[in-house]
Design a protein. Structure first.
Length: 140
């Protein structure tokens, strides 16, 4: 991706202009719950953010998609997986997740979680290969 396109994409993500879902993101995840065993999907509440950590090794992050579709998103935190995500806990005890989440099925939501807040990307709702055809046409 050319540097100018990359910069524009970051600007869209972090700009102060209205995001797709409203003026300011509402606090979605007020805290992070750490468990040793992966809970069943039906036990994940709308505002729950769960990290599965076993013997000090992070395995999974689970939460419901913030778009309201009801899907539980399970993201690998394991270093041996690709892709994988990293969760940090802010001073307020809220989760920050990196990199962004872009669902490639269902609602195709694209967002960041920072300090418990959901920040929507401008291309949310569009399948990744439709929104970024240049990237997905290349072999990796």
């Amino acid at each position: 991706m050319p540097l100018s396109k990359w910069w524009n994409r970051l600007s869209d993500i972090f700009s102060s202009k209205k995001n797709q879902k409203g003026d300011r993101p509402g606090l979605r995840f007020a805290s992070l719950t750490v468990v040793e065993k992966t809970p069943p999907n039906d036990s994940i509440g709308e505002k729950d953010f769960v990290a599965v950590v076993y013997q000090e090794h992070p395995y999974w992050a689970l939460f419901r998609c913030p778009c309201g579709c009801g899907s539980v998103i399970s993201l690998s935190l394991q270093e041996i997986h690709n892709p994988r995500w990293r969760v940090t806990i802010t001073g307020a005890g809220r989760p920050t997740l990196h990199p962004s989440i872009w669902r490639n099925t269902g609602c195709c939501s694209h967002f960041w979680i920072k300090d418990g807040y959901v920040h929507w990307c401008s291309n949310s709702g569009i399948a990744p290969w439709v929104a970024e055809p240049e990237y997905y046409s290349k072999r990796h």
